[in-house]
Design a protein around this ligand. Structure first.
Ligand SMILES: Cc1cc2nc3c(=O)[nH]c(=O)nc-3n(C[C@H](O)[C@H](O)[C@H](O)COP(=O)(O)O)c2cc1C
Length: 183
C-alpha cells in the first residue's frame, strides 16, 4: 500500500488471533522500532516479548499486581486473562539515561516513537495490533517481575496478531480547528 494512504487509514485492532508475525516479519517489527527519531542516538528502549506459555506467565504477573492493589477475585481473574487477547505481546521499555543535552522527556519520546513504529510495522505487514497500557504499565510489582531496572519504565504492551475484524474508517477531525499559521 502507498505509505501515505497507510498513514491516512491505519487503525488499531483489539480482536486478535494467531498467527502472529514470525521470522522476517517478526524481525521487521524490531527493525522499524529502532529506526525512529532518536536525539543523540541514545537508543533509549528495549523490548520484551511474550507468546505461547509466556502469555500465561505474564497473566500471572498481572494477576499478582491486581491482587496486591486489592482487586477482588473477578478482577484478579480478569487480569490473568488480559495477555491472552493476542498471540504475541511486545512490551516496550523506555531506558532513560542521564545526558547533558538530551533530557529524559526526549528519551521517553523516542521510546514512544519506537512503540508506534513497532505497531505500524505489524499493521504494514497485514497484521492487527493495539497499544495498551492501563494500570499495569505503571505498576511497580509488574516492573519488578519484568526485571526492569533503575531508569526503565514500560511504555506499553503492544498486542499483535491477526485481526479478526475490519476496523471502521477513522473519524474525521476538523483540521481547521487544529492547524493555524504562525500568530
Ligand atoms: C500510550 C497509549 C496507551 C493506550 N492504552 C490503551 C489501553 O490501555 N486500552 C485501550 O483499549 N486502548 C489504549 N490506547 C488506545 C489504543 O491503542 C487505540 O489507539 C485506540 O483504541 C483507538 O484506535 P485507533 O488507533 O484505531 O484510532 C492507548 C494508546 C496510547 C497511545
Amino acid at each position: 500500500m502507498d505509505p501515505l494512504q497507510f498513514l491516512l487509514i491505519r487503525r488499531s485492532c483489539g480482536k486478535l488471533v494467531a498467527p502472529a508475525p514470525c521470522g522476517e516479519a517478526r524481525a521487521n517489527l524490531f527493525r522499524a522500532a529502532v529506526n525512529v527519531p532518536d536525539h543523540g542516538r541514545l537508543r533509549p528502549w528495549r523490548f520484551i516479548t511474550a507468546e505461547g506459555a509466556e502469555l500465561q506467565r505474564l497473566g500471572d504477573i498481572l494477576a499478582a499486581a491486581e491482587q496486591t492493589r486489592g482487586g477482588d477475585e473477578a478482577a484478579v481473574a480478569r487480569a490473568r486473562l488480559l495477555p491472552s487477547r493476542a498471540p504475541l505481546v511486545v512490551m516496550v521499555v523506555a531506558r532513560l539515561k542521564p545526558h547533558d543535552k538530551v533530557p529524559p522527556w526526549e528519551q521517553q519520546a523516542a521510546a514512544i516513537c519506537a512503540a508506534h513504529a513497532l505497531q505500524m510495522a505489524a499493521v504494514a505487514q497485514g497484521f492487527g495490533a493495539i497499544w495498551r497500557t492501563g494500570y499495569f504499565a505503571r505498576d511497580t510489582g509488574v516492573a519488578a517481575a519484568l526485571q526492569l531496572v533503575e531508569g526503565e519504565s514500560l511504555v506499553g504492551f503492544i498486542y499483535i496478531g491477526t485481526a479478526v475484524e475490519q476496523m471502521p474508517q477513522p473519524p474525521l477531525q476538523d483540521l481547521a480547528q487544529l492547524v493555524s499559521a504562525l500568530p
